[in-house]
Design a binder for this molecule. Structure first.
Ligand SMILES: *[C@@H]1O[C@H](CO)[C@@H](O)[C@H](O)[C@H]1NC(C)=O
Length: 288
């Protein structure tokens, strides 16, 4: 198999007590959508909860939606500044989307994230690799099995068993039956810890109850850092009606909180997080 080169980014986390990593299907995020006050307001508050967020389904052709969102986020949350990093356009045939990482960086002293863009050839090996995926509902099984092979490739390439797979996997309800879910390599192979469990509801509509959005941890060190993981019911927290919430997304964000001080095996003073921007599998590679 031939793998196109991945784009990579390195972030050093130091001293932070707890560290929250999130994924959110922002449901066709465009400039027009972000420009609406209630949408902007809610998105900013969702983003401000996270040290690293992977926003999925960014379909903005203007190129202005993310800078606008970033500016508002940095106005709202003084613990930043936040920065962003976008993937190339990813997709199959006519449908393309971008994944955008928002991550918190701190100036001066204190806990925070220090980011620096690198191409290949990192000086330091990552202690944690993030691999986002938004599956297409028509090929959930195929793509999740491809994700397993991406995992193998990534963990070999970066000599790290500590990997977090996350995003809207469409891993439930009509898109993937429980029987088929349990046959995935990510379920049958040992070592994968699905921290957003099958019974969770990651959908906004009261009429649906599906665990589409997932976070899967791999690696002993990674698991030893696990503090909490949950879908974030933003409509309840921000007192939005279902209708108002649906103007933001029909998905909840999913979040995992890692606690650096909890690790008993290795005591990391810093965590090197590698953000994978472009998936390596041929099925999942960037649109031409
Ligand atoms: C949802 O967004 C549309 C378009 O801006 C707006 O007209 C509508 O009032 C919004 N709905 C709610 C419940 O806020």
């Amino acid at each position: 198999m031939h793998y196109p080169t991945a784009l990579l980014f390195l972030i050093l986390v130091s001293g932070a007590q707890a560290f929250r990593i999130c994924a959110f299907n922002a449901q066709r995020l465009t400039l027009a959508k972000v420009a609406r006050e209630q949408v902007m307001d809610t998105l900013v508050r969702i983003l401000a909860r996270c040290d690293i967020m992977v926003l999925q389904e960014v379909v903005d052709s203007s190129g202005s939606a993310i800078p606008l969102l970033l500016r508002e986020l940095n106005r709202f949350d003084a613990s930043g500044p936040y920065s962003t990093l976008s993937s190339p356009q990813l997709g199959r045939s006519t449908y393309v989307e971008t994944y955008v990482y928002f991550y918190r960086g701190a100036g001066g002293e204190g806990p925070g994230v220090h980011g620096s863009p690198r191409s290949l050839g990192l000086a330091v090996l990552p202690s944690l690799v993030l691999v986002p995926l938004h599956t297409t509902p028509k090929a959930v099984e195929k793509e999740l099995n491809a994700l397993y092979h991406v995992f193998l490739e990534v963990s070999q390439q970066w000599q790290s068993k500590d990997v977090i797979l996350l995003g809207d996997f469409n891993a439930d309800c009509a898109s993937l039956t429980k029987k088929r879910l349990d046959k995935l390599e990510l379920r049958t192979e040992p070592g994968f810890h699905w921290v957003i469990a099958d019974g969770e509801d990651t959908t906004v509509r009261a009429s649906t109850h599906c665990a589409y959005d997932r976070i899967v941890l791999h690696g002993e060190r990674c698991r030893s850092l696990l503090h909490t993981a949950a879908a974030f019911d933003f409509p309840t927290t921000f007192q939005l009606t279902e209708e108002e919430a649906l103007n933001i997304s029909d998905h909840y964000p999913v979040e995992v909180e890692l606690k650096l001080s909890q690790a008993h095996s290795v005591q990391p003073l810093s965590l090197t997080v590698l953000l994978l921007l472009s998936l390596l599998s041929p099925q999942l590679c960037p649109a031409a």
